[in-house]
Ligand binder design. Structure first.
Ligand SMILES: Cc1cc2nc3c(=O)[nH]c(=O)nc-3n(C[C@H](O)[C@H](O)[C@H](O)COP(=O)(O)OP(=O)(O)OC[C@H]3O[C@@H](n4cnc5c(N)ncnc54)[C@H](O)[C@@H]3O)c2cc1C
Length: 407
């Protein structure tokens, strides 16, 4: 049985694990770092989804010197409109609009194809000599006073001062460390599909709050949009496995005809939606980041953005501790990260959960109240600014990378 030693081991080479590795290694080139990824080499190239990345995530990617590789494929979101109606309503009154202010140099978010993001992160990781082991899972974990030992699926053992779990919402490492979670199943699934349309979207994102859940139209490069369509899980299963013609009809009923003729570009996929919050983010020599720490509803496209904030915060915590000569796996070092991220995580989870509860229903009284509420938010600048701040993710307490500064 082979045994290897490294300073940091990260489990999960998706957006959050990779961005964390790149952030740490950029600031501390001499640290040894390995990433273990369960999926086989190249599996990420099959991901056809695109995500909304908030302005502070873009600042982080610029600072990590990868934005230049992403930008050619990224579509600016210049404005966003919100409507609240029934599926068959002929008119969809707009209750809320967000647009880029005249003095802002950048839009509040970009739509980025996931594989472009992973390719840029992997290329940078490679340049920084970060080793990524694809097709390897961690099967056991043992925390000892001065190190943590991971048994891997190839029967080798790797020991490190710190293990960072970025292994997604069903994190097995979280379970191995016996960290409990708070879980809520929404009974909904998000259907994700890409469409082409005749007319240009002009960088406009649209969120239709429909009785079964939000239907988001997010602009991509060219005359294309990415849809995140929430339905009760049994409807979603019927829609994606049924007749493609029926899917197209149901899609058009929700999308409307404002952008002309629609064509579906890829096979729709659906993802079960829930809320998962880890009760602790750290243990001695162990930290959770990204969806492994928190899985939230995609209603406001914040999941990955929340994870990028974890990634920047843990990287800064570790880098600053290492520069002071501290042991980076010590619990008092890791607790700084937990304190930093706790409030933002709970706040974002509560906002997305409340929005989903408020809008995913057909109660007439509630609909009237929420429409008055949305109208008020639209007319009162401080309220609107609060929501804009949420969308851009720019806050004073943000880690350096998210403010576009080096660690
Ligand atoms: C329908 C939908 C739409 C969304 N849209 C948006 C959006 O527009 N904007 C946004 O910010 N967020 C969005 N999200 C949320 C986003 O998908 C997640 O927040 C994001 O994927 C979290 O990234 P992650 O790196 O933490 O985890 P993941 O992307 O889940 O990656 C986990 C990685 O760990 C690997 N892994 C798992 N177990 C092991 C193991 N034991 N050993 C080794 N490797 C392992 C997996 O193979 C995977 O590569 C959306 C989510 C859904 C469901």
């Amino acid at each position: 049985m082979t045994q290897e030693k490294t300073d940091i081991v990260i489990v999960g080479a998706s957006y959050i694990g990779l961005s964390c590795a790149v952030a740490i290694k950029t600031a501390l080139p001499h640290i040894s770092l390995r990433i273990m990824e369960a999926a086989p080499n190249g599996a990420w190239e099959n991901d056809t989804r695109s995500y909304a990345i908030a302005r502070n995530g873009v600042c982080m990617f610029r600072q990590l010197d990868i934005w230049h590789a992403i930008e050619p494929e990224a579509q600016m979101i210049n404005d966003m409109i919100v409507s609240d109606s029934q599926i068959n309503d002929v008119m969809r009154p707009i209750f809320l609009t967000f647009e880029k202010s005249a003095d802002a140099h950048e839009p509040f978010a970009y739509m980025v194809p996931n594989k472009t993001m992973i390719k840029a992160l992997r290329t940078k990781a490679h340049e920084l000599n970060i080793i990524i082991n694809d097709g390897i899972t961690a099967t056991a974990l043992k925390s000892e006073p001065s190190r943590i030992a991971l048994t891997l699926s190839d029967n080798s053992i790797i020991t490190a001062k710190l293990c960072i779990a970025a292994d997604g919402v069903r994190s097995t490492l979280r379970a191995m460390m016996q960290i409990k979670t708070m879980k809520l199943d929404y009974g909904q699934s998000g259907i994700v599909v890409e469409v082409a349309h005749e007319r240009a979207h002009n960088g406009r994102a649209v969120e239709h709050f429909l009785p079964n859940g939000p239907f988001a139209i997010l602009p991509l490069k060219g005359n294309r949009s990415s849809l995140v369509w929430t339905e009760p899980t049994h409807n979603a299963t019927l829609l994606i496995n049924g007749d493609p013609l029926l899917f197209q009809i149901e899609l058009e009923r929700r999308f409307g005809h404002q952008l002309g003729e629609l064509s579906v570009l890829n096979k729709p996929k659906s993802f079960p939606l829930g809320l998962t919050l880890a009760r602790e983010f750290v243990k001695p020599r162990f930290a959770l980041i990204g969806d492994a720490a928190h899985g939230i509803h995609p209603i406001s496209g914040q999941g990955l953005n929340l994870g990028l904030r974890d990634s920047a915060a843990i990287a800064q915590t570790i880098v600053e501790a290492a520069r002071l000569g501290l042991d980076i796996g010590q619990i008092h070092v890791l607790e700084r990260y937990q304190q930093w991220r706790r409030f933002d995580t709970i706040k974002t989870a509560l906002i997305t959960d409340s929005l989903n509860r408020l809008f995913s229903n057909d109660n007439r009284a509630l609909r009237l109240m929420r429409d008055v509420g949305l109208g008020l938010v639209d007319k009162i600048p401080p309220f609107k600014n609060f929501f804009m701040k949420q969308a851009t993710g720019l806050e004073k307490s943000s880690p350096n990378l998210l403010r576009g500064e080096a660690i």
